[in-house]
Design a binder for this molecule. Sequence first.
Ligand code: PLP
Length: 582
Amino acid sequence: MELQPLVSDLTSAPGPPRLRSLFRRREAPGTTRVHPHGLIQVPQQSQGDAWALGLRRNFPILARQIAGRRIVYLDSAATSQKPDAVIDAICEYYRSCNANIHRSVYTLAEEATTGFEGARSRIARFVGGTPDTTIFTRNATEAINLVAYAWGRQNVREREVVLVTKMEHHSNLVPWQLLCQETGAELRYVDVTEDGLLRLDDLDAELSTGRVRLAAVAHVSNVLGTINPVAEIVRRIHAAGAIALVDGSQAVPHLPVDIGQIDADFYAWTGHKALGPTGIGVLHGRRELLENMGPFLAGGDMISTVDLQASTWNALPWKYEAGTSMIAEATGLGAAVDYLAALGMSQVRGHELALTRQALGRLAEVPGLTVLGPARTDDRAGVISFTIDGAHPHDVAEVLNRTNVCVRAGHHCAQPLMRHLGLSATTRVSFGPYNATDDIDALMAGLQDVTALLQQWGSLQTHSELAEHGRHPRNFGDLANPDLAGQASVELCGDDLGVHLRVTDGRVAAIRFHGHGCALAISAASYASGQYLGLPLTDISSLTAGWALGLLPVPVQPIREPCAVLHLHTVLSALAALSRHK
Ligand SMILES: Cc1ncc(COP(=O)(O)O)c(C=O)c1O
């Protein structure tokens, strides 16, 4: 069989021969080729379902069945699935050339180094960057922290402004909060329109103060799906004399990205959302800035010379890569970008946009369902967050899971955005290149189950007694002039309960819960409320989560335990308020 390069510029892919062979084969579309670890179907190069369904065969996890049903994976914004090419590249590295890099002269080590640095070159090229300004980190979060520490601590001063937007992931917020707390700089936010777009007039107003030292913006929102006009935003930031950081975590896996054209000073992204493994992220930086910044982490590999009292730093990019690098992970990410490059990012974008358009059209038909984010589909990546009147996102996700439809429910690590939207959580569907119409069909069928179950709210619980508590929660409401009041929430999903207690002779004489939560949080509070009546406050303070879980007639999934024990935290917070007042 005549083998052609997977993508033309990979014919010179560095690395040991067996690894190289993974990158080199390419057959005519639609043919099946033999892979060292099995069969890979090369999909037809046409847009649409046939393309995605062909490609799905490259993702072994998508062949798995749970309870006799296939997996409908609609959570690629959280992490993507991995093709055989990536899994095999990692296995091949460990099987055939595992050795530490940059230090030994023997053949294995040379192969490992060549494979690692070759992956860096291809990863840089994939987004239009250069290898020496392409730094490997553990993930996007670490890449942004690197900038906040190494550049930020050296350059940001009191009373200057670090500007972010209200649609940022916590990864692009919390590092700047810490920087501002340390330096006395001010953290300010660019607002988001009702349509889920950045308010560029707000950006201009902030920039016009002359105080902005750095502005950090998501390329694509992980909640709203908004594709921000980052090249234009960076142009405005530079015109105001500030430094620009773009968080490309949700962009690189789904859009053709050219960091040269965007021209940000720093561009960060994460490997595991881009078909690569976990444990590897990327920071592209402007050379002058990277050269002038001090190091981030210190230790082996990042030094040039070490004396008893002082050291000098290695050249770029290794100055920012302390300790043994993620060799297998970089190799895997190299294979991932090869795979994406072979698909063609325009093709990936076109396919995901078509799916998004189709899904938006069909979701619009679900009663009570509200989609967040841009009205114009072209402004969106393949991320759709929605709410359904009367249904908590956690419950929606749990019902969908009954037919193996995997979606994310929660605040998506974007609590300031959630607060801005007046929501505690949403359900989020997100696409990868392996999704097709059959996935949207499965989602829609699952949502029909949700709406059917909603008609008898509370029966989202499988156990009939619990369901009854969900339908008609006991001891819910307010007490006039309560003796004690408490409140607690579940950070993960936005459940938020309050409690009022009437206390007589040191015992609970009446209890009322209020607030909002998923079916489990409400049913469990109702179920437990009778147990609190008559209990001495001194006994309540020693109650544990195990006690609260033990009250329930059914076991609870570990991920949902915080919902099931929320009532106890609420009551304990009321007691804590009492002890503070003593
Ligand atoms: C927009 C955005 N930025 C940053 C991150 C953080 O990625 P990681 O956890 O891999 O660092 C995420 C992850 O969800 C994200 O969606």
